[in-house]
Design a protein around this ligand. Structure first.
Ligand code: MD3
Ligand code: FE
Length: 217
């Protein structure tokens, strides 16, 4: 039993967990916004449905993806790139919800990157068994800008590697509401996601949604 004096205040912010200089996990930073974020993801997906992209090597990605904002990330047989148009609909990507932009800006600021103004939000959808193999994010114009990632739904084990693909990767659990900011010396680290374990979350069912905010143009 507590006195209830602090019931109207937000939960105390958890201490930032630095993975290395430039990369910080903000546990639960998006927890209070999760329901609104997921509703907005539904709106984005109604206009630009989730799809399984094909890599330049011809493999179907197990992650389902869509985008919002002025630019979206796509992959096909000709390569990886950002573009303004959804190749599946022929229309521009849906607008980035103001809530997304503000969250990305606030998280970047909390990590020491004030003024972050993303122009692309890649939305990844995972189910049990879905994985994302080790890669670098190298398709953005300017690596001086950080990337902000928001995890929603069932948990994942994130792989945090080094500057070379062969460098040993450490495992970092990411849960519903966690936000990670990657910038500076950490921006070009190899990273990936292990196959998701079977699980259910009240907000998403047997799914994980990851938002990554980027300045691509
Ligand atoms: C570290 N997504 O979309 S988010 C991706 O959980 C991607 O869906 C994963 O990797 C996911 O490209 C991981 C964390 C992340 C995103 C971008 C990074 C970590 C990063 C860029 C540079 C370094
Ligand atoms: Fe990535």
């Amino acid at each position: 039993m507590t006195l209830g004096l602090f019931d109207d205040l937000p939960a105390a912010a958890q201490a930032p967990e630095w993975l290395e200089p430039g990369a910080v996990v903000l546990r639960g930073f998006a927890s209070d916004l999760a329901a609104e974020l997921l509703a907005a993801v539904g709106g984005v997906a109604a206009a630009a449905p989730f799809r399984h992209l094909v890599t330049p090597g011809g493999k179907r990605m197990s992650v389902a993806m869509t985008n919002c904002g002025p630019l979206g990330w796509i992959s096909d047989r000709s390569g990886y790139r950002y573009g303004p148009v959804d190749p599946d609909t022929g229309a521009r990507w849906p607008a980035m919800p103001a809530l997304f932009r503000q969250l990305a800006r606030d998280a970047a600021e909390a990590a020491g990157y004030p003024g972050f103004a993303p122009d692309a939000c890649l939305v990844n959808r995972y189910e049990p068994g879905t994985q994302l193999s080790l890669h670098q994010d190298r398709d953005e114009g300017n690596y001086a800008h950080p990337i902000v990632s928001v995890s929603l739904g069932i948990p994942a084990v994130f792989l945090w590697g080094g500057a070379e693909r062969a460098d040993k990767a450490r495992r970092v659990g990411l849960w519903h509401g966690d936000v990670v900011v990657w910038g500076g010396p950490a921006r070009l680290r190899f990273h990936g996601v292990l196959p998701l374990a079977q699980a259910e979350h009240a907000a998403t069912g047997a799914r994980r949604i990851n938002l990554t905010f980027r300045k691509a143009g």
